[in-house]
Design a protein around this ligand. Structure first.
Ligand SMILES: Cc1cc2nc3c(=O)[nH]c(=O)nc-3n(C[C@H](O)[C@H](O)[C@H](O)COP(=O)(O)OP(=O)(O)OC[C@H]3O[C@@H](n4cnc5c(N)ncnc54)[C@H](O)[C@@H]3O)c2cc1C
Length: 290
């Protein structure tokens, strides 16, 4: 009997796992709710992927991932997994279009932004959590809340066609020094430390954004605001029946988590891809002993 392997997510982790499984002659199925490449579509420029000494654009890398999936004839289904149950010693994956049982499950679902719901309501359709939806806008005033790599990376992406302001609630910067230096040198990017966000007011044509700065209120008028205030593992599809057996199934090597969904702060493409290849090799060894 053929063992069925399901993978949730077609970011670098899920793709690398599927391709390595195909190289062993196995036939995984990937479910992807959005697009191939995952979070990478939000990156400005990738400079730490081996083999590209002068960096590579995320779009080009994603195109390569896509070609790799096609070359290895990976079965990829563009459907959101809405729940995973554990029934009759198998994983039951449910999407809106199908239900499918699997013997092995690889979760490569990445992370989702930590939402600040009070501000979402205030700012309505001018509030974003990723840069991707704004990549094509021009001539706008855009605020970014955050002080990590994502905040400064988003600023560099937007600054070629917009004016960008980065607001940090403290004076501590948490991004790579090289990202900070590039933003400092860019005339279209301004950095504001010690600005604590108090409120957003949607004024139809623009967003009034209020901060406190050393006990004083300051207002900025912006077109959009992006929150780059952290991300959490994306695991909302796990049903209680699976959660009950979760640790045991991981120990038995039938359930795996790979990539950003489990890598906490070590969220990088090469680490995610490496996780995917390692787990494919572990599954192959397990199956060859079965
Ligand atoms: C601004 C920014 C810049 C970055 N720059 C770099 C860089 O220069 N170098 C670097 O190495 N890394 C960089 N990264 C990090 C890199 O993008 C991630 O580490 C990498 O994409 C993680 O891969 P992953 O496969 O684990 O998860 P993801 O890329 O997040 O992919 C997860 C996939 O799972 C899918 N999914 C989730 N839930 C479901 C579901 N229920 N059903 C179906 N599909 C689902 C998602 O749609 C997504 O496609 C950057 C990230 C950001 C945000």
């Amino acid at each position: 009997m053929k063992h069925k392997i399901g993978i949730i997510g077609a970011g670098p982790a899920g793709i690398a796992c599927a391709i390595q499984l195909r190289r062993f002659g196995l036939e995984p199925v990937i479910y992807e709710k959005a697009e191939v490449g995952g979070l990478l579509k939000n990156a400005n420029f990738v400079e730490n992927y081996l083999g590209f000494p002068f960096g590579i654009s995320p779009a080009y890398l994603i195109e390569g991932f896509m070609n790799h999936l096609v070359r290895y004839e990976v079965d990829i289904r563009y459907q959101e997994v809405i729940s995973v149950e554990y029934q009759e010693k198998k994983f039951l994956l449910k999407t809106r279009a199908e239900e499918n049982f699997f013997d092995y499950l690889v979760i490569a679902s990445g992370t989702r932004p930590r939402r600040l719901e009070a501000f979402d309501k205030q700012g309505k359709d001018k509030v974003f959590y990723e840069v991707f939806p704004l990549k094509k806008v021009k001539g706008k005033e855009i605020g970014i809340i955050g002080a990590g790599d994502a905040a400064f990376d988003y600023a560099l992406t937007l600054a070629s066609t917009n004016q960008v302001k980065i607001f940090n609630r403290t004076d501590q910067i948490k991004c790579l020094p090289l990202l900070f230096e590039r933003c400092e040198k860019n005339a279209n990017i301004k950095y504001f430390p010690e600005k604590v966000l108090k409120s957003l007011t949607d004024k139809e044509k623009y967003l009034s954004v209020e901060f406190t700065y050393h006990n004083e209120r300051v207002e900025y008028l912006l077109d959009y605001i992006i929150f780059a205030t952290g991300r959490d593992p994306q695991l909302g599809f796990l049903d209680g029946s699976l959660q009950k057996h979760f640790e045991k199934l991981k120990e038995e090597q039938r359930l795996y988590l790979i990539g950003d969904v489990k890598n906490e702060l070590n969220r990088q493409v090469a680490i995610a891809a490496g996780d995917g290849i390692r787990v494919a090799m572990e599954i192959n060894i397990k199956l060859s002993k079965a």
